[in-house]
Design a protein around this ligand. Structure first.
Ligand SMILES: Cc1cc2nc3c(=O)[nH]c(=O)nc-3n(C[C@H](O)[C@H](O)[C@H](O)COP(=O)(O)OP(=O)(O)OC[C@H]3O[C@@H](n4cnc5c(N)ncnc54)[C@H](O)[C@@H]3O)c2cc1C
Ligand SMILES: *[C@@H]1O[C@H](CO)[C@@H](O)[C@H](O)[C@H]1NC(C)=O
Ligand SMILES: *[C@@H]1O[C@H](CO)[C@@H](O)[C@H](O)[C@H]1NC(C)=O
Length: 507
């Protein structure tokens, strides 16, 4: 418990500097609030800065410019609900006033999607002119830029540059929030954070004689409305993930390793929902030089979309490479698993790109090649079983027939021909394995981005006064399965709402 100082102009406090936090900061500062952003890491950007496929929008000017004229928020909404699956079907029974309103959250997300894209493009100046179709979408609606900068990095740096011009905005890095202050009535009043002195580790003599003084850390209390944009728990392998999905313990992740913030929020009453809905992405690269690392770089879905195929340890195809993420992950995990190495659970699957797919993904492949994750090989130097598979697949693509065996309907830019004519051609191969990628569950929230708690009589969900949330830390929107591109979108849509609402409360 703490007493807030009676200050008329309290700052808006934002916990986490990923896209949700930056979008909130932008709106709060624009509304005239002072903004303090607290980030536990040494640099801003979180997992958002790594996003590589893009951000969804239905009915945008960029879709129209690409000849996609039939997308609507209604179609996007239907795709989202279909993908969300079982959690939405059970909604009606549970909707006796004590469940979150999932449909209205999805309505807000999809109806605001075009304006979110236009805001990023027009007001922040991010290039989002290229649209692609990801798995589960009826049309191409995932936006990215035409250049080499991946969309996450482009959006995060664009927002940071805008924010740095605002005197109301203050970013504190190496500042880890450890406590949420509430008053006697359970209203959130502020936070406590631990500030590591920057550069304290270098250039300072370690003081071994006095244990007390060893950590160069300072505790700070800050008072004002609080927005939690602290991300998910996919990188919390031994904490929240092991707790809610013990079956996934040991799988590597595409997220940076850090504790999930959910316990902190549950501590002030926030309701946690769908915590066992965890998205496993079928393809993270196994780095040959550091094969047992629990952190993997994502092998983007687009590599398969543009023509890549997946091969079992025996060199055979085993799945429609454009199936939903969960279906492909399950197919991989059904293959024989090589001996577990150092507690890491991973498989031995090869991603293979033909020259057509290589050309279509050249912008990304440069990075993967530089990191040593993929290598080029002549067809004649591949394993005989792989050559046989490549020939059979090339024949299928050339024939225009259906892929009766696995049901793949589109073949991207694959152009390799079957037989002796392809032996001197170069393909690109890398080892991939399923990775924990995204956590659908999180704190319950509403259309105003207010965090919800169970009323003391155990009945309806009611807002926690003084606390907002947006981004991956929230739950409910994606049900059982998130559509690719919808996470960056939720950060922008609900981050902006949270920023405006908290700025209003700060006045
Ligand atoms: C490799 C990769 C590729 C992806 N590609 C896409 C894509 O193409 N499209 C898409 O829509 N989604 C994509 N995603 C998912 C998407 O990037 C994330 O879900 C989204 O960026 C989450 O944003 P956020 O702002 O909620 O959290 P984050 O960006 O994770 O930021 C949270 C921040 O909070 C900080 N924090 C946590 N706890 C504390 C604390 N106690 N005190 C202070 N700070 C704290 C963290 O250090 C972190 O910086 C991808 C994810 C990964 C990992
Ligand atoms: C949208 O239009 C394209 C052609 O431009 C068509 O192939 C596609 O099936 C249409 N999708 C829907 C959902 O109407
Ligand atoms: C979305 O689903 C609803 C309900 O099933 C249906 O009435 C509507 O036509 C669908 N919209 C589109 C664009 O497919």
């Amino acid at each position: 418990m703490a007493t807030a100082p009676p200050d008329a102009s309290r700052p808006v406090i934002i916990v986490g500097s990923g896209l949700a936090g930056l979008a909130a900061a932008h709106e709060a500062a624009k509304a005239g609030a002072t903004v303090h952003m607290l980030e536990r890491g040494p640099k801003p950007g979180g997992n958002s800065i790594k996003a590589s496929s893009g951000i969804n929008g239905a009915g945008t000017q960029f879709q129209r410019a690409s000849g996609i004229l039939n997308d609507t928020s209604d179609l996007f909404r239907n795709d989202t609900i279909r993908s969300a699956g079982f959690r939405f079907q059970t909604r009606k029974e549970a909707a006796t006033g004590n469940d979150i309103d999932r449909e209205s959250l999805v309505d807000t997300l999809t109806k605001s999607s075009a304006s979110a894209i236009h805001w990023l493009a027009d007001e922040i100046g991010v290039d989002l002119t290229v649209v692609a179709a990801l798995g589960g979408h009826s049309v191409a609606r995932t936006h990215r830029g035409a250049g080499k900068t991946p969309p996450g990095a482009a959006i995060v740096t664009g927002l940071l540059q805008k924010l740095e011009q605002r005197p109301e905005f203050k970013l504190h890095t190496s500042a880890r929030v450890t406590q949420i202050h509430v008053d006697g009535e359970g209203r959130v009043r502020g936070v406590r954070y631990v500030q590591k002195s920057e550069g304290g580790r270098e250039g300072q003599q370690p003081r071994r004689e006095n244990q007390e003084e060893e950590p160069k850390e300072e505790q700070v209390d800050l008072y004002g409305p609080v927005i939690f944009t602290a991300g998910g728990f996919a990188g919390d392998a031994h904490g929240q993930l092991a707790r809610y999905r013990p079956d996934l313990a040991g799988l590597p992740s595409t997220n940076e390793a850090r504790p999930g913030p959910h316990g902190l929020m549950a501590g002030v009453g926030a309701e946690l929902i769908d915590m066992d809905s965890v998205q496993v992405h079928p393809t993270g690269f196994v780095d040959p030089s550091d094969a047992n690392s629990p952190y993997k770089i994502l092998a983007a879905e687009m590599l398969r979309g543009e023509g890549g195929i997946l091969l079992s340890p025996q060199g055979r195809r085993f799945v429609n490479e454009l199936e939903r993420r969960d279906v492909i992950s399950e197919a991989i995990m059904g293959l024989p698993q090589p001996a577990t190495e150092q507690g890491i659970k991973q498989w031995d699957v090869t991603l293979l790109l033909d020259p057509g797919a290589i050309d279509a993904t050249a912008g990304h492949l440069g990075f993967y090649t530089f990191k040593g994750l993929v290598e080029k090989k002549k067809v004649k130097d591949l394993d005989p079983a792989v050559i046989e598979t490549v020939d059979r697949y090339a024949e299928l693509v050339a024939s225009g027939r259906d892929d009766d065996e696995f049901g793949r309907r589109t073949f991207g830019h694959w152009r390799l021909v079957p037989g002796e004519a392809n032996r001197e051609e170069e393909v690109c191969v890398g080892r991939v394995t399923p990775v924990v990628h995204f956590t659908m569950g999180g704190v319950a929230f509403d259309n105003k981005a207010r965090v919800l708690r169970r009323a003391s009589d155990g009945g309806a969900l009611v807002p926690v006064s003084g606390l907002w949330a947006a981004g991956e830390v929230t739950g409910g929107l994606h049900g059982d399965n998130r559509l690719g591109g919808s996470s960056l979108l939720e950060c922008v849509v609900f981050g902006r709402v949270a920023g405006r609402e908290a700025a209003e409360a700060a006045k």
